[in-house]
Design a protein around this ligand. Structure first.
Ligand SMILES: [Zn+2]
Length: 88
């Protein structure tokens, strides 16, 4: 057996198994709900209604999309309110 000169192939999921996932916020859904993506293996998490981190399944993606829409329309409405109240 000769010298091993090449570094072993980098397998992201193996990196995460050893060092743990390295999540960063990939999307802010509402003030309390965020989506996280692991920088190495792209595994996704989200905050559930209890504030716990859970795996981002297609079901939760759907829920988050709805939450985001509600959140954005609320933010839009309060912005309008602020504008009108500053006029009067
Ligand atoms: Zn990972």
């Amino acid at each position: 057996m000769g010298k091993i000169t090449n570094k072993p192939a980098f397998i992201p999921s193996m990196y995460c198994n050893i060092f743990g996932h390295d999540y960063e916020v990939s999307k802010k859904v509402t003030y309390h709900v965020k989506e996280y993506t692991c920088k190495h293996c792209k595994k996704q998490l989200t905050t559930n209604s209890n504030g716990h981190l859970i795996e981002l399944t297609p079901k939760f993606k759907e829920i988050n999309a709805i939450l985001e829409r509600i959140h954005n329309s609320r933010a839009e409405r309060s912005k309008k309110k602020m504008i009108t109240s500053s006029i009067y």
